[in-house]
Design a binder for this molecule. Sequence first.
Ligand SMILES: [Ca+2]
Ligand SMILES: [Ca+2]
Length: 296
Amino acid sequence: MKNFFACSILAIGALTASAASSAQDTETLTFRADIDYVWWTGTTSTNTDTLDVIDVEIIYSVDTVPDATTPTGVRYVNNIQYIDFLLTDLDAGAYRLTGTWYYYSDDETSMTFESSEGQSITFFGDRGNPDPLTIAIRELEQQIFIENLGYPMIVDGDVAAELFITYFLGGPQTFELLGVTQSLNIESNDTDRDGINDALDQCEASIMDPTVVFKGWYDSGVTNYRDSSGCTVMDHYASCPVEEEAPRRGIRSVRSGPSSCEKAVSYDLVGEGMIDYSEARRLRDALYQSYQQQEF
Ligand SMILES: [Ca+2]
Ligand SMILES: [Ca+2]
């Protein structure tokens, strides 16, 4: 670990190429943060006073199954593959320092996202190395999670969040940084972020509301589950064609109730094991209610 750090300035190109060739399905999170404070002890040649921004790139596996998932937290173990840091002095117009950490085996190395309401996502590196690097990103005013099928996911966009980095190299060197992110950018092969890779996702742009909502306003309260093909309950309803009743006496009337396709969805999903009978009843009731109340 120490060797990677010491050699990092020259080694970045090679390490990046190696990481990119990984066979696993990965996501890449990049962000730039304004630096408020850097504390780097144990180095004699490093002047951190004029550093302005830090750019971070983190590649993590999305094939890894979380070892703990709750409505407020998700924890992955051993899914961080690569972390690259770039510390820049903007006045100098050139990179001042870089640090690359490439993960084969690290203990306690983690990246944690925390909302102000106690939600969290934590990624861990492998166990077995004594030099822990921790990255914490904590919510300020803007939300850092999107609600997604009942568990938190990281937002992708311009987000100002608190950044804390600590790195203890075991020897005399300690690196600590405080800053505020400018944005969080996620590059993913899972466009709708439902956990199913685009290549396998039969609904690539899933409707990802946490619960099933009809007509854009009537919330059934039933979880908007996603099946193994990558389609959510709402996707199934959305796939029904819009029906119009046959013209009567020359007057074209707009359908005032659910279509036969919509009515069949809840029964089909019970048959597939995606929802239970109780949820099917709630969906059916909410579907009718969304049409009836629309009449007024
Ligand atoms: Ca997907
Ligand atoms: Ca999908």
